[in-house]
Design a protein around this ligand. Structure first.
Ligand SMILES: Nc1nc2c(ncn2[C@@H]2O[C@H](COP(=O)(O)OP(=O)(O)OP(=O)(O)O)[C@@H](O)[C@H]2O)c(=O)[nH]1
Ligand SMILES: [Mg+2]
Length: 324
């Protein structure tokens, strides 16, 4: 059952109240009570937005590009949702302040929603919360959703997989192509953007990326385009948007869009089950007590973490059988 405040919020959300949308994003972001019910209610409304991931090393100009992309979309009368994910900063407010300075025109536009999400000390669940925040924006009716993430690590990979198209942004001074390959950037990019093309070495980098991509085995027949941009002036951003649109058409026409959605749904269900199971297991005081005993055994060298884990699993199994 939904609490009355939550159902009122949902009603306001459905009537197009932007503040209600912001509050629902906060609800899922904080995994507050009612988040699962809210998301379940909103789910049928999702699936219309085009979700674009923008990733790359720190300072390459991602936010600058996001602002320019968002403005272009606004010129075409499309509404834009932006989720900036900052896994490194424990200060969510700081990230927002930074982007307020970098994206001034967007903060006053009613057709744009911006939210910064920080890890608050732990990475756990960040990718899931990002996806859920995007679901809320999608359900609200934002046409174009941009997810900005820094660098590449597991968390970015997870977040990238929630996007339809992932743009990897690099700059002439990013280093050579081999380094990028090592960083895992080549694998996740469906589009590559050489930003700060006003600087020397942009052509060289674009060529290096293209030859790297030539070596990359393509699983789905899409050849990632390399687009040169100057984020500060907006040069090339229209070409970037056009390339994104081509990728979207490609996904739809090749049926990859629905295949990916199917895959995401599968992942989502598994994650939700795992989350529930974890909660169920670790919230039991008797499991906690047994765990404490096993830790002591390992510490006194009468057991090993492996034997302890096996014993705990057995305990949990026996304990759940009694419960049934
Ligand atoms: N010369 C030049 N500077 C640029 C360009 N694009 C962005 N910048 C500058 O690069 C700096 C970093 O830009 P951001 O957009 O904040 O970069 P970011 O990738 O979002 O940074 P993080 O989110 O901190 O990782 C700013 O000072 C921008 O003005 C460009 O095309 N050329
Ligand atoms: Mg940024």
């Amino acid at each position: 059952m939904l609490e009355s405040t939550t159902s009122r919020l949902l009603e306001e959300f459905r009537s197009g109240d932007r503040r209600a949308c912001g509050r629902l994003v906060s609800v899922v972001e904080n995994e507050g009570r009612g988040a699962a019910e809210v998301l379940s209610e909103l789910y049928p409304l999702t699936g219309r937005a085009f979700r674009v991931g923008i990733t790359g090393p720190p300072g390459v100009g991602k936010s600058t590009l996001v602002e320019k992309l968002a403005r272009l979309c606004r010129d075409q009368d499309r509404s834009v949702g932006i989720v900036a994910v900052d896994p490194t900063s424990p200060f969510s407010g700081g990230a927002i302040l930074g982007d307020r300075v970098r994206m001034p025109s967007l903060f006053t536009d009613p057709g744009v929603f911006i939210r910064s999400m920080a890890s608050r000390g732990g990475l756990g669940g960040l990718a899931m919360r990002t996806r859920e925040a995007c679901d809320v924006l999608d359900a609200f009716g934002y046409d174009f959703i941009i997810i900005e993430t820094v660098g590449v690590g597991q968390i970015e990979l997870d977040i990238a997989s929630t996007a339809h198209s992932t743009v990897v942004v690099l700059v002439p001074e990013s280093g050579d192509a081999i380094q990028m390959m090592k960083a895992g950037l080549m694998e996740i990019g469906e589009l590559f953007c050489v930003n700060k093309s006003d600087r020397q070495g942009a052509d060289r980098l674009a060529l290096a990326i293209e030859s790297m991509l030539g070596l990359r085995s393509s699983q789905d027949g899409w050849k990632p385009p390399v687009v040169k941009t100057v984020g500060t002036s907006g040069e090339g951003v229209d070409a970037l948007l056009a390339a994104l649109e081509r990728h979207r058409s490609y996904l739809v026409e090749s049926d990859l869009m629905s295949a990916r959605r199917k895959f995401r749904v599968r992942v989502e269900i598994k994650e939700l089950v795992e989350e529930k199971l974890k909660q169920k297991i670790w919230s039991r005081p008797e499991v906690d007590a047994r765990l404490a005993g096993l830790v002591d055994e390992v510490m006194s060298e009468s057991s090993t973490p492996y034997r302890a884990a096996a014993a705990l699993l057995e305990f949990i199994r026996a304990d759940s059988r009694e419960e049934v």
